[in-house]
Design a binder for this molecule. Structure first.
Ligand code: ADP
Length: 440
């Protein structure tokens, strides 16, 4: 074979090899194309499946949120409905207890009032729990004096402990700072739940509450509180369970000792919210001790509102001209009695529109304004009074809102509407007098 023929043959082989390679490439490309197509279709159907699932989930989430909101609103309105008649029951029994000359009658009135307080505790626990569940439980810090808190706890529980002939002491370490910054209402709630339980489950001996400093971390002070009793104790098998909602220890549910089973669940969530924790030491038969730790800030004494020394002086309300606006006859009757006790002069209106009408013609020192009323509610009436559009009425007259709605946002909304302060129902008579003096 000549050299030329050899080159030709090599070229031919090369061409054939290239053709074969091209064919393979073409085949592979086709396969790749089909595989790609299949992948694209799969991707599309996956995206569609994800889209459908996401929208189903979204719908389910919206339904759940709606149900939670509806439940919260239902609880809020039920609590409002229950508190409204309780206001009259509690207020009138308090008046009877204070003013009656007959011991027996005073005793009956005291029992009625204790029952109202008990009922209110249950309503508040259910409301708090629903707020925790719907994520509406928030941390609201303020500066407060520990001595006031200690006294409040002591005076709230001393009568209950004395009734059961239990020793009761509340010992706050003198080394504690006078003022701390934390959520006072929730801090108090922890004590109330623990001490309330301790007294409830103790028949002999006593209950002691203590608070001291655990350690200092920069600006933050870790406090340790404890509530110890000599009561029935808690069997080991129940010690974890009782912190769950609606759970009670075997013996308590067997003996049908009352309670919602929510107090400790709320206490634990409140402590978590404040950044703290709780432990339980208990010997069944000889008592229990609940120990909690929580961080607070050292507070500023200047930011604590000092109660005026004349706060107890009811004479200051003598002759006070008060316009009471409330649609419930029972509540107007109660207010008449409460105000007449301190020789104030009440006038009454059944709704906001009537109140505005009365303010056109008469002058007053203060208005006590219910919120939910027919024709014109308390917020609308307040806005109208503040708008300076009512001839002869004083647009800056102090207005104190009274409402059975226990929610914090209600308190904020009444201030936004232009009212000066807020008093929850059932009213505490001393607090009403104190707020009235504060407004003058
Ligand atoms: P409630 O007291 O309304 O039942 P809690 O959540 O406050 O609900 O308490 C749950 C349970 O824990 C109680 O029912 C009781 O069995 C038990 N418990 C709580 N505190 C004590 C205590 N100091 N002594 C004995 N048992 C207690």
């Amino acid at each position: 074979m000549t050299e030329l023929e050899a080159i030709k043959a090599a070229l031919l082989r090369e061409r054939q090899a290239r053709k074969a390679a091209e064919q393979v490439i073409e085949e592979r490309s086709r396969e790749l194309f089909y595989a790609n197509e299949a992948l694209r279709r799969l991707n599309e159907s996956l995206e569609e499946a994800v889209r459908i699932r996401t929208s189903e989930l979204q719908e389910a989430k919206e339904k759940a949120e709606h149900a939670t909101r509806a439940k919260s609103e239902f609880l809020s309105s039920m609590s409002h409905e229950i508190r409204t008649p309780l206001n009259a029951i509690s207020g009138l029994s308090e008046l009877i207890e204070r003013d009656s000359r007959e011991n027996e009658i005073r005793e009956y009135a005291g029992i009625v009032r204790d029952s109202v307080v008990h009922l209110l505790t249950i309503i508040n626990e259910i409301l708090d729990f629903s707020k925790i569940e719907s994520g509406k439980f928030s941390f609201e810090p303020e500066d407060f004096a520990l001595r006031d808190l200690r006294n409040q706890i002591y005076h709230t529980y001393l009568p209950l402990a004395s009734k059961k002939q239990l020793r009761f002491d509340v010992d706050f370490d003198p080394l504690l700072p006078p003022v701390v910054r934390s959520d006072k209402t929730k801090f108090l709630q922890i004590w109330i739940n623990l001490i309330g339980n301790a007294i409830k489950f103790t028949e002999q001996g006593g209950v002691s509450a203590r608070l001291s400093i655990l350690r200092k971390e920069g600006n933050c002070l870790w406090l340790q509180g404890s509530v110890k009793d000599s009561g029935i104790g808690i069997p080991e098998a129940d010690q974890a369970r009782i912190f769950l909602p609606f759970e009670q220890s075997e013996q308590v549910s067997e003996q049908k000792i009352g309670g919602t089973g929510l107090g400790l669940a709320i206490t634990m969530r409140v402590l978590e919210l404040l950044g703290g924790r709780i432990q339980l030491l208990s010997n069944p038969g000889s008592g229990s001790e609940f120990i909690f730790q929580l961080p607070v800030q050292v507070g500023d004494e200047n930011r604590v509102s000092q109660e005026k020394s004349d706060d107890k002086n009811e004479n200051l309300l003598y002759g006070l001209r008060v316009l009471v606006v409330d649609d419930m006859e029972m509540n107007r009757f109660l207010m008449r009695k409460v105000l007449q006790r301190v020789h104030a002069q009440p006038t009454f209106a059944e709704n906001g529109a009537m109140a505005v009408e009365i303010l056109r013609n008469e002058s007053f020192d203060v208005v006590l304004m219910d919120l939910h009323m027919p024709v014109m509610n308390g917020r609308e009436a307040t806005r109208l009074i503040r708008s300076e559009q009512i001839p002869r009425a004083n647009p800056r007259i102090p207005i104190l809102a009274l409402t059975a709605d226990a929610f914090k946002h209600t308190q904020e909304s009444v201030l936004e509407a232009g009212m000066n302060d807020f008093l929850p129902k059932p009213i505490n008579i001393d607090l009403l007098y104190q707020k009235l003096r504060g407004l003058l």
